[in-house]
Design a binder for this molecule. Structure first.
Ligand code: BJW
Ligand code: ZN
Length: 239
């Protein structure tokens, strides 16, 4: 595959760039996607939208922790791939660069991305169900209860039917409405409000580029669809 000339030119000229990533950007690192099959789509017979739901936190928090502990254990062994590294390089390359991720895996940070909007939280954090105090689990093991108030902790991720972190979508939407070039990488674009960001960018006049081996509901809106794996397509922008 080659990057089409018009896109290459726009990429060279662009000052304001936004990248929205989804599970597909981590697929080549060995992280299972949500909707592409793989072994995370079902956990102990429960589809992920049941176990990763606000309702399950209410009903069976230990089961939710078991599922998230299992995933953190798998993730601890995994590393960023060329797509994460290429996106990390772009933060120096453009005058204004915004990385918006739906991923909770922490691999963008591990690749060197310093600033990003995490729409769906982070699997390496726990937060108190009562007072919202957050706890990092990157170096430390998971505390049994909140040190501040003693109440139960839950994963600091946005489950189905929950609100996004306050201000996160609003900030991402503002950046989307100002970017010239918008990349949509490795997302099925089925989950809202994240999937609205490329629509906002397009409506505001941005050139929208999708990178995905499969077509998505967004493909027809995009100005360019680069059909392929993120880890193979994104490094082509270096040359
Ligand atoms: C590759 C590749 C490679 C493979 N290279 N690519 C409007 C209409 C209808 C419903 C709603 C609506 N607005 C909101 C809703 C409700 C709901 C929703 O959107 N439901 C839809 C499913 C219909 N949204 C919410 O509940 C959100 N909250 C909200 O809106 O709050 C307001 C509200 C509250 C109450 C009621 C109503 C409104 C919150 C959404 C939170 C999503 N959380 C999850 C789980 C996180 C926890 C966990 O990790 O378990 O986040 S769901 C899951 O999906 C995860 C992901 O971030 C998210 C998106 O998935 P993503 O990243 O797109 O991955 P996949 O697997 O779907 O796709 C992978 C893609 O990669 C594929 O296209 C592959 O082809 C591609 N790929 N290999 C590049 N190598
Ligand atoms: Zn607390």
């Amino acid at each position: 595959m080659q990057i089409p000339a018009e896109l290459r030119e726009r990429f060279a000229r662009a000052r304001r760039v936004l990248v929205l990533t989804g599970a597909g950007v981590s697929a080549e690192s060995g992280v299972p996607t949500f909707r592409g099959g793989g072994n995370s789509a079902v956990w102990r017979g429960m589809p992920f939208d049941v176990i990763s739901s606000a309702e399950m936190v209410e009903r069976d928090l230990p089961a939710v922790w078991e599922w998230f502990d299992y995933r953190r254990n798998l993730l601890a062994e995994l590393n960023p791939n060329p797509a994460h590294y290429e996106i990390a390089r772009w933060q120096e390359r453009f005058a204004e660069f915004t990385l918006v991720t739906q991923n909770v895996d922490g691999l963008h940070q591990k690749a060197g991305s310093r600033k990003m909007i995490e729409l769906h939280g982070n699997i390496w954090r726990a937060r108190c169900t009562a007072c919202d105090t957050a706890y990092s689990m990157v170096q430390e093991r998971r505390p049994d209860a909140c040190f501040e108030c003693g109440d139960l902790l839950r994963p600091d991720v946005v489950l189905f039917g929950e609100m996004l972190p306050p201000g996160a979508f609003e900030l991402a939407a503002a950046c989307a409405s100002q970017c010239e070039l918008c990349f949509v990488v490795g997302t099925s674009a089925l989950v809202y409000p994240a999937a609205a960001l490329p629509e906002i960018a397009k409506a505001a006049g941005a050139y929208v580029v999708e990178v995905n081996p499969e077509r998505t509901p967004l493909s027809s809106l995009c100005d360019e669809v680069l059909t392929g794996k993120a880890g193979e397509v994104l490094p082509l922008f270096q040359r």
